[in-house]
Write a protein that binds this ligand. Sequence first.
Ligand code: HEM
Length: 438
Amino acid sequence: MPATIPSPSPQAGLIALKALLRERSLLAPLQRMNLELGDIFQIQLPNFTPIFMVGPEAAHFVLVDQRGELRWRNENDPVTHLLRHGVLVEDGDEHDRLRHLLNPSLHKQMLVEYITDMWCYTQQVTAQWKEGVVVDILDEMRKIALLVLMRTLYQLDFSPQLRRMWDVVIDNIKYVSPGLWMLWSDLPRHQYNRAIHKMDRYLYQIIQERRKRMTADPLPPRDMLGQLIASGMEDGLIRDQLLTMLIAGHDTVTALMAWTLYLLSVHPDILKQAQDEVDNTLYPGEIPSLEQINQLVYLNQVIKESLRLFPPIHLGSRISATDLEFKGYHIPANRRVVYSIYLTQRHPAYWPEPDRFDPDRHAPGTRPAPYTWLPFGGGPRNCIGAAFGQMEARVVVANVLLHFDLHLVNAHVKPHMGATLEPHGARMRIERRSDYFI
Ligand code: HEM
């Protein structure tokens, strides 16, 4: 007879919900529940009883063993409403078909071509930073990440649209962030309609313009938008992939780069080591080569450790299609099952002193046990942009460290659960280190 999954008292469940709605973070209550109840537990809320699974075995169960029975697509979920038939919310053969079409422009071999755009857009955004001003580092990293994504994957310079489309992008992200809709899925959310329509108009327009340009250009396209058009896909389905990539591909990297700069700003010794490496490897007036970026070994460790402590996607969510069993526990059909990346990556059984920021955990020659470091998920649905995201973080953070000293002016930086886990309040004062700009 399978056992019932343990749950905290209803009161603890409500405290967790309040924490989410008020502070936009469930991390502390979840960590407590994990400690008290073990690596599988459920939270019982009105209309919503998600099952949380923690640790490498749980991750393997969700991502590999039961991949077919734990589905992504959920018709009641805003992510599905927004992304419609984007690769992220499709399952089975259609998922695999889309993923195959999207892969080429995110392939590792393409990254060398993207370094210049990553570097130059960082220059463009940071050129606006005046000596001594205070910036919100999350906003600044978002500007860079949006510009890079639009240029590399859609061959577009988004600079003229950045200001006009900023709120539209933010509202589209808010639409898919956790909220009361999790309890009342039919909750009206008209406040987002305008932003979603505006985003749609923009995306259909860029598809149309690109179609026109492509009729005059006989060369096979190398970017994602061009390749989707060349594949014969119709506009609606292209729109779904573009919006999926726009959100999944910029919001995550934004959070990663902001967390990394925040963590460096509160760990001066680690900052010095990373900055020394950058100073000894790159030159202020030159776009770095792939070889130079690959020489930034310590910075890479810093980024991996940042991904461990603050994984931008802190959980993976699925719906059980049938009854399942995990380690003697019964998982009923049609339940939300969540594997927690955050709790796994801070689990004391796999990570000694789990809350300590220590890039040496990722020194060359070391390797975390399988499925204990999984910021990009795992199995056949792992992150399609993992290599792209890590390359972008290395190039952008290296550029910032080479040219600036950043001083945190707000001690109360908080993890905020939006569509990604992001640092809120990371305001930094800018001090320029060098006058060389391209
Ligand atoms: C630091 C950067 C990033 C992080 C931490 C990250 C994290 C993740 C994670 C954890 C998943 C799996 C989610 C699950 O199992 O439910 C995922 C999937 C995905 N990511 Fe990323 N991601 C990053 C960057 C990117 C970029 C740059 C792109 C695109 C340009 C991208 C596009 C996607 C897509 C389309 C999927 C769904 C893949 C599928 O279902 O086959 N991500 N990402």
